[in-house]
Ligand binder design. Structure first.
Ligand code: SAM
Length: 302
């Protein structure tokens, strides 16, 4: 089961209007989506996911609430284009709850978990050809080290990459987890299971997660109405850094006096954390951070 993370905070942050247009870029099992759909009476809700099971299960869950929604099976980096196909050019609120869902992590055959045995898959979109197996068994040492550093702060990345290459072929999640553990000094393995960061790095590469995140940040700003709100839940420092930097640059951005047409936008941002109670009820929420941005003003001067 997937328990929606920081649900109350997300609903409050989005300041939902009954006739508003709301977008969920990461539908999952429609946890946030169900609550949003219940709150809009004559508005519209559009949900995206690149996992077809998430779309199918959410469809039947949301139909029980009302029919004011469309679900779209694609990478969220295409959301703006998909919305324009529906005639939607501006929206009141966007939620993105990044990463993998509990059902994805819990099904051993999806290959996301370093503690459940399964084939090295890790694809969110089951129609995609690149799998974790291809990265683990065919990528060069340089490419492996690069994703270990850039996607997850893997400790001793060169050592881990060498061990993977020496032990090829590696077919299953537990085999990979064991190769990683055996490659590192006992003191590092004792601190934290090293499988966590290595699996994170590979999963991000398989699903091209950071590129998609960059795109949705830029496109969300363009498509939000005045007073529109973007809420993003991150689960690790790499993606959180990207969101934090993007929001920070927007707040600091200065108007270029050389431009004939000037665009003045102002943004308000805030960061929220799960309560202790939520963390004790739902372990998955412990690393969550909710960053909220409100586009408060936009004007054009000649
Ligand atoms: C953490 S779960 C969302 C859970 C959801 N908020 C709920 O309460 O049920 C993240 C979901 O986003 C999807 N996802 C992640 N990255 C995506 C992307 N680039 N494009 C489309 N879907 C994506 C995953 O397949 C997964 O179902």
């Amino acid at each position: 089961m997937h328990i929606p993370v920081m649900l109350k905070e997300v609903l409050e942050a989005l300041e939902i209007k009954q006739n508003g247009v709301y977008i969920d870029l990461t539908l999952g099992r429609a946890g946030h989506a169900s609550a949003i759909l219940k709150s809009i009476k004559n508005g519209r809700f559009i949900g995206f996911d690149k996992d077809i099971i998430a779309i199918e299960e959410s469809q039947s869950r949301l139909e029980k609430i009302n029919n004011n929604f469309n679900l779209i099976h694609c990478d969220f980096k295409y959301f703006r284009n998909e919305l324009s196909k529906l005639g939607i050019t501006e929206v009141d609120g966007i939620i993105a709850d990044l990463g993998v869902s509990s059902p994805q992590l819990d099904s051993s055959d999806r290959g996301f978990s370093y503690s459940k045995n399964g084939f090295l898959d890790m694809r969110m979109d089951q129609g995609q050809s690149l799998k974790a197996w291809d990265i683990v068994n065919t990528w060069s040492k340089e490419k492996l080290v690069d994703i270990f550093i850039n996607n997850a702060d893997v400790k001793m990345p060169v050592r881990v990459a060498n061990a993977i290459i020496e032990n090829r072929p590696i077919n299953s999640t537990l085999d990979l987890a064991n190769v990683v553990k055996a490659s590192l000094p006992a003191r590092i393995v004792r601190q934290k299971n090293p499988g966590k960061t290595v699996f994170q790095a590979i999963r991000i590469a398989v699903n091209n997660e950071l590129e998609s995140l960059d795109i949705i940040l830029k496109d969300s700003i363009e498509i939000l109405k005045n007073n529109g709100i973007l809420a993003i839940i991150t689960f690790h420092s790499i993606e959180d850094r990207i969101v934090k930097k993007f929001f920070g640059n927007l707040i600091r951005s200065k108007i270029d006096p050389k431009l004939p047409i000037q665009e003045i936008r102002e943004y308000k941002v805030k960061t929220l954390y799960p309560t202790k109670k939520e963390i004790s009820n739902n372990k998955r929420s412990r690393s969550a951070k909710l960053r909220v941005l409100k586009k408060v003003k936009e004007s054009f001067n000649e």
